[in-house]
Design a protein around this ligand. Sequence first.
Ligand SMILES: Cc1cc2nc3c(=O)[nH]c(=O)nc-3n(C[C@H](O)[C@H](O)[C@H](O)COP(=O)(O)OP(=O)(O)OC[C@H]3O[C@@H](n4cnc5c(N)ncnc54)[C@H](O)[C@@H]3O)c2cc1C
Length: 430
Amino acid sequence: MTTTRSLPRRRILQAAAAGVLGTLAGCAALRPGPAAARVVVVGGGYGGATAAKYLRLLSGQRIDVTLVEPEAAFVSCPLSNLVLGGSKAMTDITVPYDALERTHGVRRVRDRVERIDADQRIAVLASGARLPYDKLVLSPGVELMWDGVAGLRAANEQGRILQAWKAGAETTTLRRQLEAMRDGGTFAIAIPEAPYRCPPGPYERACQVAHYLKTAKPRSKVLVLDANPDVTSKGALFKRVWSEAYPGIVEYRPQHKATAVDAAAGVVRFEVQDDVRADVLNVLPPMRAGAVAVQSGLANANGRWCQVNFLNFESTAMRHVHVLGDAIQIAPAMPKSGHMANGHAKVAAAAIVAELSGWDIDPAPMLTNTCYSFVDDQRAIHVASVHEYVAAERTFKTVVGSGGLSTAPNELEGRYGLNWAQTIWADALG
Ligand SMILES: Cc1cc2nc3c(=O)[nH]c(=O)nc-3n(C[C@H](O)[C@H](O)[C@H](O)COP(=O)(O)OP(=O)(O)OC[C@H]3O[C@@H](n4cnc5c(N)ncnc54)[C@H](O)[C@@H]3O)c2cc1C
């Protein structure tokens, strides 16, 4: 019988990262170990929370892991569109950090990292505290580029035009704006040019708002104003849903790149097309890596995204700093998704444990992605893919013939979608 002890170390880390091993007791028994090594994880979202947990698991609890995150609890962007649609509440998408601390021994600091001192290997917090590290894992998500749309920052600060592209207080307020909108009113969502966080997210949001309006205010409209030439993800499926389930409600307009807003008039202006007026505006500006990454000089791809070595997710700009999730310059066909961030985190955690232990790192990591989009309160569609590291090109590429796409929206996939969320929250935070 094969035991974990008889497996080569690399295979153990691969298996554990893939979730194959239920227990890592075998891994903990291996020597030499990463005694007293310190890893600081910045950001407790999909990438950071997963990395913090798996660094503890894969090192047999011998790495000292500190998670720096300003928020009191994890709030999921996936399923947050259902809060706008009215079928879920904020409590349904909020998960506490307790298990990371109690079960896995992650030390949590409720603060923000302001600066990374790469020479001293110290993370400097907003409070002034300084956290020394051997390795730093950075998963700060995205920052909205307010300057990309004139007037948008002020409109946001006044609470008039919200984004809700990080789930939280804005999700609740945007829902209230929809509830307050008159029957016969217009909701307009403006989508920036790709790449942005969650390619299908805006189209799912259009469906969720349309579902709510169809039920509660049937004379209303949803305008999808897209800077891209066409729907960027699950295009044929979304268009079919709009024509079959929401005729006369959803209208899709490509090639609409927003350049300015007039919040008082409820108007959004475009590079080429005519102005659009709406009762509730949801204007998403271009995005880049979270501010701490940009300010630390890690955004070395067009000043927006962070280039990494895909074998261990180490920044190509700063040694011992590993960047995950939405903040990275993606490989071909790699979406900016929570599922991907969770996968990045496992590859990086396995590599960091190996490096701190003097072991070889996995030369051929694999990633998967599955993304469910809800088209109403019950039915969902999905897209899935498998990505392998191609050593000759030093990047991930989709495995030919892998993955798939729904043929039509259905309730079974709606149940799978809800289960996906519970499972990934348990994997990252449980
Ligand atoms: C509406 C919507 C729907 C989506 N649906 C899906 C879906 O169905 N499936 C899917 O896979 N993905 C989905 N996504 C995408 C998914 O949410 C992101 O890809 C994912 O959150 C990326 O993980 P991350 O770790 O990079 O960032 P996040 O999860 O955003 O985590 C970043 C964390 O870093 C913290 N932080 C930022 N700066 C600092 C700092 N300086 N110091 C300390 N902490 C800091 C933040 O507070 C935050 O908690 C959706 C996104 C949206 C907006």
